[in-house]
Design a protein around this ligand. Structure first.
Ligand SMILES: [Zn+2]
Length: 70
């Protein structure tokens, strides 16, 4: 058995190679998602943001949450 360090829900699903990801905002590519990257699910589609964009994206997410709370 293999035990992945860190992530729990980031397991591999059949038919979908989890290796290559591209930042949905700036286009930065990565072969393996660092823990600093953020995965955001929008309309059933997974979007990945690099550590830089994640910080800015967090503000947007928080803003969205605030607006939907009101
Ligand atoms: Zn980015």
């Amino acid at each position: 058995m293999t035990s992945l360090s860190g992530g729990s829900d980031n397991g591999t699903r059949a038919g979908e190679p989890p290796q290559h990801r591209v930042c949905a905002r700036c286009g930065t590519e990565t072969d393996s998602i660092p823990p600093t990257w953020t995965c955001s699910v929008e309309n059933g589609t997974r979007r990945y943001f690099c550590d830089r964009c994640s910080r800015e994206n967090l503000r947007a997410i928080e803003s969205r949450l605030d607006s939907s709370w009101w």
